[in-house]
Ligand binder design. Structure first.
Ligand SMILES: *[C@@H]1O[C@H](CO)[C@@H](O)[C@H](O)[C@H]1NC(C)=O
Ligand SMILES: *[C@@H]1O[C@H](CO)[C@@H](O)[C@H](O)[C@H]1NC(C)=O
Ligand SMILES: *[C@@H]1O[C@H](CO)[C@@H](O)[C@H](O)[C@H]1NC(C)=O
Ligand SMILES: *[C@@H]1O[C@H](CO)[C@@H](O)[C@H](O)[C@H]1NC(C)=O
Ligand SMILES: *[C@@H]1O[C@H](CO)[C@@H](O)[C@H](O)[C@H]1NC(C)=O
Length: 438
């Protein structure tokens, strides 16, 4: 028996009103993707960087002659038989085992990946047909039977300078998330939130792409002056990133804000990448052979790294996390660590641990810890040259933010090397408005 037409129209109206009311009452959501973890009142994650070496073609020459770092500053001090690209694949596996071990005991819920995901994408297959590198450098290393804990985790990922070299590398990495949900890298710079099960702890990650900021990459015929670099390093493109960061930090209602980029801002390699030299003017060797880089210009002419630093100083996110330097470091703001509370954390020891870009860095008072052999703050003269592999594990609850530094042993054992805790949280009671999630 057919419904009378009028009854049908009335039913449709009721359904429509219902939908509208449901709409109005529904949570206003979050403009960013939100990952919910299973724990209440805490969130735990690992931070790893500079890792994709297994599938790269091994250089037969020294690390600087045909290898991956063209800085040349301390080439003479490196022993070719210890070259970073030859040893790096072994070190990557060793570090993955240690990460598995530590994440199993500490209950990691995701990974922050600080970049340099592939050294170099084109080394096998050439160009964009190197999808095999997902198998050799990512899936086989971190998602296999030996690493069941970390195999289940998502990787919130940024690009490093090695990722911008080969044509297609960037596009392939952004596309991979469609095939592997563990890989989260929708764009070159993006935001992501992670919430505890009870919504009490909310992390906001603001992930940026720092290679376009680096002044020396723009040199003509330089390895990093690539199509990708030129497409992202204009003042307008850089401003799009600093605007994103300003918007993300200023609108955040998160319990903890974290900014992630590949290059360091202060401490370790910051001598080359973006620190304000005048702060170090009185320190020994502050300008020993290398100029400080405040960054390529934004649209209003202010240099990019300085602009990022000023945003961090304005909004005081709990941490800026980077890789690039192949070590683990903890630094604080050299100008005023009481006023500017952001902690500067380097985790770039996911494969070859050498710290080459730190060469010449003075022993800075604002660097609180480094896991490498840097007797005078200068890795060029460190015995053996090589550093120590490692990663961080962070545990955030409402009031404290604890960072553990793990070193990696010869057979992949994880050992706790250093811990610090940010003991207070000015944003502990910050709440999204109304029914919003963030
Ligand atoms: C390089 O390192 C290897 C292995 O540690 C060592 O046997 C060799 O003597 C070193 N060579 C130089 C020139 O230091
Ligand atoms: C990059 O290299 C090209 C030529 O190799 C040069 O014209 C250009 O100025 C360089 N820098 C940038 C930012 O494009
Ligand atoms: C760079 O900025 C221009 C506009 O200024 C934009 O059209 C382009 O998509 C940006 N490039 C990238 C890679 O986002
Ligand atoms: C660099 O540091 C000096 C001294 O602290 C300060 O006056 C200046 O504004 C800083 N410049 C930038 C770009 O941050
Ligand atoms: C400063 O440079 C000199 C000469 O290059 C070197 O002997 C000295 O060890 C360096 N000092 C520091 C603190 O790096």
């Amino acid at each position: 028996m057919p419904f009378p037409a009028r009854a049908c129209a009335a039913a449709a109206l009721v359904a429509l009103l219902g939908a509208l009311i449901a709409e109005a009452a529904a949570p206003c959501g979050c403009p960013l993707p939100v990952m919910k973890v299973k724990t209440k009142g805490r969130i735990t994650f690992a931070v790893l960087g500079d890792w994709g070496r297994v599938g790269g073609v091994k250089s037969l020459k020294g690390p600087y002659a045909d290898g991956y770092d063209f800085s040349g500053i301390c080439a003479a001090n490196f022993n070719d038989s210890m070259s970073e690209d030859v040893e790096g694949g072994e070190a990557q596996l060793r570090t993955a085992f240690a990460l598995e071990q530590a994440c199993r005991t500490r209950d990691c819920q995701f990974i922050v990946n600080t970049g340099d995901n592939f050294y170099e994408w084109y080394e096998r297959g050439g160009g964009i047909d190197s999808l095999l590198r997902w198998k050799t450098d990512f899936e086989n290393v971190y998602q296999g039977p030996s690493t069941p804990t970390i195999a289940a985790l998502k990787w919130f990922s940024v690009f490093g300078n090695h990722d911008i070299v080969a044509p297609g590398s960037i596009e392939a990495q952004m596309a991979y998330g469609a095939f592997n949900k563990r890989w989260v890298m929708p764009k070159r710079f993006f935001g992501q939130e992670v919430h505890s099960a009870d919504g009490k702890i909310r992390l906001r990650l603001s992930l940026i792409n720092t290679s376009p900021f680096v002044t020396k990459y723009a040199k003509a015929n330089y390895k990093y002056n690539t199509t990708e670099f030129r497409a992202t390093a204009s003042p307008a493109n850089i401003t799009a990133q600093t605007d994103f960061l300003a918007q993300s930090l200023s609108s955040s209602k998160a319990t903890w804000d974290i900014v992630v980029g590949h290059h360091p801002l202060v401490g370790s390699a910051a001598m080359l990448y973006g620190f304000n030299s005048s702060v170090y003017a009185g320190l020994p060797n502050a300008t020993a052979g290398v100029a400080f880089d405040l960054g390529r210009p934004t649209a209003d002419g202010s240099p990019a790294f300085a602009k990022v630093l000023s945003l961090l100083r304005q909004y005081n996110p709990v941490a800026y996390m980077n890789g690039h330097d192949h070590i683990l470091t903890h630094a604080v703001d050299p100008a005023d660590p009481i006023k500017y509370t952001t902690q500067y954390l380097t985790s770039g020891a996911g494969s070859a641990a050498d710290g080459a870009d730190s060469c010449g860095a003075p022993n800075r008072p604002n660097v609180k810890f480094s896991n490498s052999k840097i007797p005078d703050g200068d890795l060029c003269t460190a015995p053996g040259g090589d550093g120590v592999n490692g990663f961080h594990i962070v545990r955030a609850d409402a009031s404290s933010f604890k960072v553990e530094f793990y070193n990696v042993g010869t057979y992949g054992q994880a050992s706790l090397a250093y811990t610090f805790t940010v003991p207070t949280n000015p944003n502990m009671n910050r709440k999204p408005s109304g029914s919003c999630m963030c």
